[in-house]
Design a protein. Structure first.
Length: 459
């Protein structure tokens, strides 16, 4: 008899959760202007808003914190982190930052200017925000299969190579400062990029002499899927796959709050010393000196350890299987979710879930609010609100998909929590035909509006 799956960790410290009433949650949503980001953490029973910085660190990471060196320059913790980055990714040069969007800010300050074009696979919201803030344009070259949530394609994060080459051919090379490949691709449902596709994107980057950078927040999860789904890599171990992946990149940005398994931090890896030096100026301006860059020494020590833990197969199997457990629990009940299940989250197809809500009334946000009202579960909208307005026309952009992301923190919840989440979603699914009105905007920021937006119910 095969033994059942279970988490490969035991719990040493616990945090109590408050299970609120429906009446309380209704009032809290009104006070929050129907923006889930505005809720207080104690108002949330199970928090799946993000997997960024919300994970639990290991006892080895906590031990590393106690050895952190807080020297302003030349910290011992910096050199521990440098060693981990070079061993795992192969980059000799790196700059620490306080988180992923800070890494983007520093790198794009060195590379991106007004009028530039930055192609990639479904840029994440902060990536696109940093590009558009500089009056440049992000062009999505993701394969069309990614927008069909019912289709079981193994690598929905892949770039459409023909589309990418059309972009590269049609624009002067000096107007394309870099290509960005997001691994795994969050905006398409936590979907991986195959090694074969990585090689093809790299080939085009060499052909047109354009740097290729990886948005690497979930690099280990991407490596796991390559091993699981790409026949040539079935016998290779995760560190070998990671090292090969990054051999095709000129550099990387990293939100260490994901696959670094820490609560804060990020970095930029470089192969080119000249670009490292140019970016160092911006790092000093925006983040801090180049050997701490906005991170405490103790956090760099924890990250140096976390990067090594995240490529361990036992950890990765537990991580992927828990996300899969939730996804399968919803699929068998008929709930439409992005297939196959992604690496860090389950993405619910809101258009198929709530067919009577108008898109201009933000169907994915409507579903996310209903899940919170039903069971105190906080997810996040990946749809029209996050897509923002077109920077020229100022009209709402309607993406191909409207999804609610249920992002699972690392080593935090058990499968009992996942069963509760699944039951919450199923309850809303059973009454979905009664949900017909969405929401409208009463106030919004000019860019990255979804973080601070204010809404009211549509009539």
């Amino acid at each position: 008899m095969n033994l059942p799956f279970c988490e490969n960790y035991k719990i040493k410290t616990v945090e109590s959760l408050y299970k609120s009433t429906t009446a309380q949650r209704l009032q809290w949503l009104k006070d929050a202007r129907y923006n889930l980001f505005n809720l207080r953490s104690e108002q949330v029973f199970i928090d799946l808003l993000t997997d960024s910085g919300t994970g639990s660190m290991s006892q080895e990471q906590w031990a590393a914190i106690m050895t952190g060196d807080e020297s302003y320059a030349g910290s011992r913790s910096y050199f521990k982190l440098k060693e981990s980055i070079e061993d795992i990714f192969g980059f000799r040069y790196f700059l620490p930052t306080h988180q992923g969007r800070a890494a983007e800010n520093v790198l794009f300050s060195a590379l991106v200017k007004a009028g530039d074009i930055v192609p990639g696979n479904a840029h994440f919201d902060t990536t696109k925000g940093h590009i558009e803030f500089r009056k440049a344009t992000a062009i999505d070259c993701t394969i069309t299969e990614a927008s069909d949530t019912a289709l079981n394609h193994p690598f929905k994060g892949n770039v459409d190579i023909e589309k990418l080459e059309e972009v590269l051919k049609s624009v002067s090379p000096e107007k394309i400062p870099l290509i960005i490949l997001t691994i795994t691709c969050n905006s398409t449902g936590g979907q991986p990029v195959s090694m074969g596709n990585i090689k093809e994107v790299y080939r085009l980057s060499r052909k047109y002499n354009i740097p290729l950078f990886f948005d690497s927040a979930r690099f280990a999860e991407n490596a796991w899927f390559i091993k699981e789904r790409e026949a040539d890599y079935a016998e290779k171990n995760i560190p070998e796959i990671v090292r090969e992946m990054f051999s095709y990149a000129d550099g990387m940005t990293m939100s260490s709050k994901k696959d670094g398994i820490v609560n804060i931090g990020g970095f930029i890896g470089f192969r080119n010393q000249e670009l490292f030096r140019k970016s160092s100026t911006y790092n000093i301006m925006f983040e801090g000196y180049i050997t701490y860059g906005g991170m405490a020494g103790r956090d760099m020590a924890a990250l140096a350890q976390g990067l090594r833990e995240v490529i361990e197969p036992d950890y990765l199997e537990t991580r992927i299987r828990q996300v899969e457990f939730l996804g399968n629990s919803l699929s068998v009940a008929g709930v439409p979710v992005q297939q196959p299940i992604g690496g860090h989250a389950v993405f619910i197809d809101a258009l198929r879930f709530l067919p009577f809500v108008k898109r201009e009334e933000f169907v994915a946000q409507t579903l996310a609010l209903e899940l919170y009202l039903e069971g105190g579960v906080r997810g996040v909208e990946i749809g029209t609100l996050m897509a923002d307005r077109d920077p020229i026309s100022r009209e709402n952009r309607f993406p191909k998909t409207e999804m609610v992301r249920l992002a699972i923190p690392r080593r935090v919840y058990t499968n009992s929590h996942m069963e509760y989440v699944a039951a919450t979603v199923r309850n809303v699914f059973e009454r979905r035909e009664n949900i017909k009105n969405g929401y409208r905007i009463t106030w919004e920021a000019e860019i990255l509006r979804h973080f601070t937006i204010e809404l009211e119910k549509a009539q």
